[in-house]
Design a protein. Structure first.
Lengths: 250, 250
DNA sequence: AATTATTGATTGAAAATGATTGTTTTTGAA
DNA sequence: TTCAAAAACAATCATTTTCAATCAATAATT
């Protein structure tokens, strides 16, 4: 059996059950213990999993899971800058959509406007919004346990009651050819619907998202504007040909 | 069994019930006492829990303030009893509605069923539900800042996608003549809709609600069953003439 | 054919486990 | 309160499991 086949088995098992024993993997692949160990070594170096005594476990890219609460504290500063700029685009009397996730959440502290209405699908955004005194609508639907985002057909249906002046959505990958992508198809559909319902469309993404592409396609580059921060590691020229890109200073 | 698997069991138990005995953990994991002790040592060093004589307890990080809903700590014990009994009425494969508010929330710890689906309009209920692994749908709509409940026409519309085997709603006043009442007309309409969509209808109310009536009428007494606790201050006879009343022991 | 990469088996070392020990803490009856 | 029995504890040991390192055999590449 080829390494890539085994890798697939290993990662899929880990993905489904969080931890997997060496023995299970030997069973499942028919390979020897030594081989599996070597595979695990490689996959650990590639940061695809974490080796533990007796097997391997899923990589928890965040230090700890504070239940549903705020996590993903990576690139906070960048996200704050993006959020600040994005918030400056919003004007009084507008109705805007904020996507679930940390990036759009960073806009909230800077939303100092009267007569603003916010719609979101992220439970985490509700509390800061309400505390700011902003009238907030939450999209209904099934709750995605990991992220506290609303998804599913109920959420889509729920969305159709609204129209937005502007929407601000987060994204996992921005690729020159493949456009905006995200890992969860359910979320992808929702984002598409939001874009459809909005006059002005903004995608918020820190530089780490550029050049990457994820499983599920949301939209083409030209279908939304991009807000990001300047970074020497990312060449924006090719993206700027297709859409408006605002890169704020660090 | 691998350490990480045990860790998960241990932490989840502690998370749910605050303290856990060594014996319980031995039972639950099938590992020996020695092993569990060592696990607890490790987890204590990692600040994931606090060891106590006989087991371990949750680490009380800091004052968890619910800011959005200053939790109504009145009559907690009574509400717990009511919640416990109400939860015992729920069966597998059912789809139930839980009203926003502390009383219905008290049902959650006792909802130990497989294949249960919960719909709620209370944001506060989401986290405990999700942590229990219960598939949860949140009604969409406008958020009522004080209570974190979803209200308004959007919520009503959002509700119409569902049908419930049972619903459990909280109420502010139960009056012999005026029936069930609540102060907020918006909430009242929502509760009416929920009752309409449910097969079996339960109103949860501690004894302080009896004989009172509030601004907005939800339904007549006979339109729902009542779950409360026994109290010498309340004469239930007149209510029992009109509907089924279950008064659990204190 | 020679070289390189991958594999499975073997080895002693390291880690984890369960049982046992004697000690400390808790409990409850005097 | 005091004291003895019971329960829970940390420390230690022998056993089992898992580990990394090494080696020879096989497959792929040059």
């Amino acid at each position: 059996m080829l390494f890539s086949q085994r890798q697939e088995i290993i990662l899929s098992l880990i993905d489904h059950q969080k931890v997997v024993t060496l023995e299970e993997l030997v069973q499942e692949t028919g390979s020897s213990e030594s081989t599996i160990r070597r595979d695990l070594d490689r996959l650990e170096k590639a940061k695809k999993l974490k080796r533990i005594h007796g097997g391997a476990s899923r990589i928890e890219d965040k230090a700890e899971e504070p239940s549903l609460a705020e996590k993903n504290l990576r690139n906070v500063e960048e996200k704050q800058r993006i959020g600040q700029y994005a918030a400056s685009l919003v004007q009084e009397h507008e109705c805007i959509y904020l996507d679930a996730g940390t990036t759009a959440m960073q806009m909230i502290p800077h939303l100092n406007l009267e007569n603003l209405i916010v719609v979101t699908n992220g439970i985490q955004l509700v509390e800061p919004l309400v505390e700011k005194g902003i009238p907030t609508y939450l999209v209904g639907g099934l709750i995605k346990p990991k992220t506290g985002a609303m998804i599913g057909s109920g959420a889509i249906k729920s969305l159709e009651n609204y129209r937005f002046d502007k929407c601000f959505i987060g994204i996992n990958g921005i690729h020159e050819d493949w456009g905006y992508t995200t890992p969860d198809p359910e979320e992808s559909i929702l984002k598409q619907k939001v874009l459809e319902l909005s006059q002005e469309k903004y995608v918020l993404a820190d530089p780490s998202k550029f050049g990457k592409s994820s499983f599920s396609k949301v939209a083409l580059l030209e279908e939304a504007f991009i807000i990001t921060v300047k970074s020497k590691n990312v060449q924006l020229a090719s993206f700027e040909k297709k859409t408006l890109v605002k890169a704020v200073e660090k």
